[in-house]
Each structure stands twice: as C-alpha cells, then as structure tokens.
Design a protein. Sequence first.
Length: 180
Amino acid sequence: MVAAQDDRVTVGRIERPFGVKGEVKVRPLSDVPGRFDRLKSVSVVGAEGLVRNEEVTHVRRAGASYIMRFAGITTPEAAGLLRGTLIQVPPREKGRAAEPADVFYECDLVGMRVEDEGGRALGTIDALWELPGQHIIVVRDGDRELLIPAVKNFVASVDVLGRRMIVRALEELVEDRDAL
C-alpha cells in the first residue's frame, strides 16, 4: 500500500487543499511524536511516480491531521494538484535510534512475506489496520485474506532486511482449519 521511494519513508498523505492560501490538509501515516513539527523539506510523490521536492514553510496541528504550507504553492488550485500524493522523508529522519527493537514502520512491513513457524507461506502483508485495541496485520494470498493481531503472542519474529515475518498459533484464528 505505502512504499518508500528511493529509500525514503512515507510519513503522510495529502488529503485536500485547505483554505485560500495554498495550504494542504495532511493525514499522518507516522506515529512518531513531533514528526511534522520538525519538517523543513519533503518529497511529494504522486501516483504516477513523479517526485517533487518541496520546502515546508508552515505546519500546524488540526485535530488528527496537519495543515501544511509549501514554498511556491500559494493558491487552492495549486494545492489541489497535490491531492492524494504522499509525503516522504529520508530514512535518517525516521528516528530509529531512539526506538525499541520491536517497533516497525508500516513501509518496512507492507509487502513482506509471512510464514508460519513450520515454514509454510501464508502470503504477503497488504496493509496494517490501526484499531482501538491493537494493530491488525492484513495478509493476502490471492483471494484469501488473513487477519493477524500485531502482538507478540502471534508474531514470532520480523526480519526487516530479509523481508520475512514468522507468525505462530494461527490455528486459533482460523475457523476453517482447511483454509490454511
């Protein structure tokens, strides 16, 4: 769903223009506190793969979203052209050094192979859902979808470099055991 562009990490999606001064409303895709407060420049990536480097001139919180302004974008029409694009930053801005070993970014997990402890392939990670109680890992294999709670009881290991996740105890999640 969301992938890094040239080793960059996606931290937000521009939803729509905001106001009459060329600002945009951004839905954050990062749970790093203060992530948007420090941004000075970002890459804006469109669906067609075009990358624009933009200087951030202003950021403010607006509920669960952010309002951002970029240098050179001064009208709602120009801001409207950015609708649906992704905001990416260099990996060094991820803040990995301060995070525990069992914290992962969505861009690190989406597309990763998922296997059970016996080595049986279950599919690839298609998305992560953030529910009130926990995160859910959505694994797809063709038309089949498997939902796995993102908790240590089910996720045995994650190898980010090898692009592989090992999960355990899936029998408890599946009503039709023949589905696995």
